[in-house]
Design a protein around this ligand. Structure first.
Ligand code: HEM
Length: 505
């Protein structure tokens, strides 16, 4: 069933106090037979071997052996909650998406926040971007906005994704995280430094999940009922205000309370202090998008708010904790390709790659019928000719015909849905077009550095230099080269820090 907007009991137990539940009734085997005794196994004599005929014991062990599904290859550690989205301003001139069609309209949704690189058991306060994944259960099917808490990303070339993630994960030999791998990779792709400056500022260690903004990062295409496209960046601004941890606080918390952000989100919802975010659009016409001074389809670049101010759209509120973490959070499958009429991808090459990669990951992680899991299924049940597959746990469409077109009823498409949409012309020579770093790639990191106040600048210098200082000298030199292209003063401050430890660089 779709999540409901249930008001929480403000006196409910917190994450540290388990509620005392009522009696849950007779224990049974997986197949419903009553269990007489769960603790002593069936043995030959008091100290003898266990009998295979103790089905309940064997069933229980075998199920335990299969409890884990593969964790997400990235964004493995996360927390989620249910809530609703409400439209507060009219945006029907921009999109025909039904859930955005009317002021006051509410749509149930589910959100998952995460760190990116370390494993599912890792600390919530690591220096990383944070995932900001939203699922809107609309009447036209699910719309997923799979964003981050940073308005940009590490790279603008799809194939690099694997090679962006690997050097941040564990060294293949030592199984340790490696600053050498990290800074080697990113100095070879200086386009990543816009993202890295955010990551090494205090925004790289947000104070829990409630005090950070979320971004589509990519430019998306919106299409209105006349078929007219607009190109739009989505900004979800936290109503709780931005709050970050300083580096030493984050490190301390990683030891003291590794689940800090998960706990904070859970407890705040449980006590009725519901976090919310306001959605804004930055809107460009097609002509403006193709002629902007930066490539709006390059996810390493932002669009200036002075050029295109934020326009309010709505607000989402998280007001219900999951009842079961595995069923609702671990099995949640977000994908940028889960779109609804009125919202479409832009030509951003990274977004295009993501349209494939997520559903592919879900098929591996959760199996071919993951769309039928309650957390992933749309409000209006899916209706198509896809059938069977491992773990088909519904009635599999019963007796309905399973091919299209057919003469016996069955689901049929409706061409009028996209009737008004303007054709979109693209042409070009097939080729592998390189995107090497150019002067423009340094402009936005430079502006970002200069925008920070004195304390924030100092924190950035310290956080970054500390991490770089344990890499090999040739890598340190390359970091300084890239920083020099961003801002000479920035470079010299980092250099001064590094020289204290290593006068030879
Ligand atoms: C998770 C691929 C870029 C945000 C994932 C997953 C994959 C993936 C395979 C795991 C999905 C799963 O098992 O459920 C990629 C590729 C990218 C890319 C190939 C670039 C080509 C980005 C960008 C953002 C982003 C630019 C943000 C703007 C996320 C988030 C999750 C995620 C938030 C976790 C979703 C959740 O909470 O379940 N990504 N990613 N990714 N990615 Fe990406």
């Amino acid at each position: 069933p779709p999540p409901k907007d249930v008001k929480q009991d403000p006196n409910a137990a917190s994450s540290t106090e388990l509620p005392r539940d009522a009696d849950w009734g007779q224990m049974t085997t997986s197949f419903g037979a009553p269990v007489a005794d769960d603790i002593p196994p069936l043995t030959v004599g008091e100290r003898g071997p266990i009998l295979l005929q103790d089905f309940h014991l064997i069933d229980k062990l075998a199920h335990f052996d299969r409890e884990r599904v593969p964790e997400r290859v990235v964004h493995a550690k996360g927390a989620g909650a249910h809530g609703y989205f409400e439209v507060t301003k009219d945006v029907s001139h921009l999109t025909s998406a039904k859930f955005l069609s009317q002021v006051g309209k509410r749509t149930p949704m589910f959100a998952r926040f995460s760190t990116v690189i370390p494993e599912s058991g890792s600390a919530d306060t690591v220096r990383n971007p944070r995932g900001f994944a939203l699922k809107f259960y609309t009447e036209d099917g699910n719309f997923d906005m799979v964003g981050n808490n940073t308005p940009v990303f590490f790279d603008n070339v799809l194939a690099s994704f694997v090679d962006i993630i690997h050097p941040q994960k564990r060294d293949p030999r030592t199984h340790l995280f490696s600053p050498d791998m990290f800074w080697d990779k990113f100095t070879l792709r200086p386009v990543s430094f816009h993202q890295l400056l955010i990551q090494f500022s205090n925004r790289g260690t947000p104070d829990g999940f409630r005090h950070m903004h979320g971004f589509s990062s990519h430019t998306y295409k919106l299409i209105n009922s006349e078929g007219v496209p607009h190109y739009v960046k989505w900004h979800f601004r936290t109503d709780q205000g931005i709050k970050n941890l300083k580096a030493d606080e984050a490190v301390e918390l990683a030891g003291k309370d590794p689940d800090y952000a998960t706990r904070d989100l859970f407890d705040s919802i449980e006590r009725g202090d519901y976090p919310s975010w306001t959605l804004y659009f930055q809107v460009l016409t097609e002509e403006e998008a193709y002629n902007y001074k930066y490539d709006v389809f390059d996810v390493t670049k932002v669009i200036s708010k002075k050029d295109y101010p934020l326009q309010e759209v709505g607000r989402f509120v998280l007001n219900r904790n999951p009842e079961n973490y595995f069923a609702e959070v671990e099995q949640a499958a977000f994908a940028p390709s889960h779109m609804v009429p009125g919202i479409a991808p832009s030509p951003d090459p990274l977004l295009q790659g993501r349209l494939f990669s997520y559903t592919d990951a879900h098929l591996h992680r959760l199996g071919p019928n993951y769309s039928l899991l309650p957390i992933n299924s749309p409000i209006k049940p899916a209706n198509n000719t896809m059938r069977d597959g491992a773990m088909m746990f519904t009635d599999n469409y019963g007796r309905k015909t399973n091919y299209y077109p057919n003469s016996f009823g069955g689901p049929h498409p409706d061409r009028t849905i996209y009737e008004g949409e303007k054709d979109w012309f693209v042409s070009g020579k097939v080729g592998r077009y390189r995107k090497d770093a150019c002067e423009k790639d340094y402009e936005q990191p430079r502006a970002l550095y200069r925008l920070l106040d004195k304390t924030e600048q100092q924190d950035l210098v310290d956080n970054l230099a500390k991490d770089v200082s344990i890499t090999q000298p040739f890598i340190q030199k390359r970091v300084l080269e890239v920083l020099g292209r961003i801002d000479e003063e920035f470079r010299s401050r980092v250099e001064a820090f590094l020289r204290k430890k290593n006068p030879d660089i």
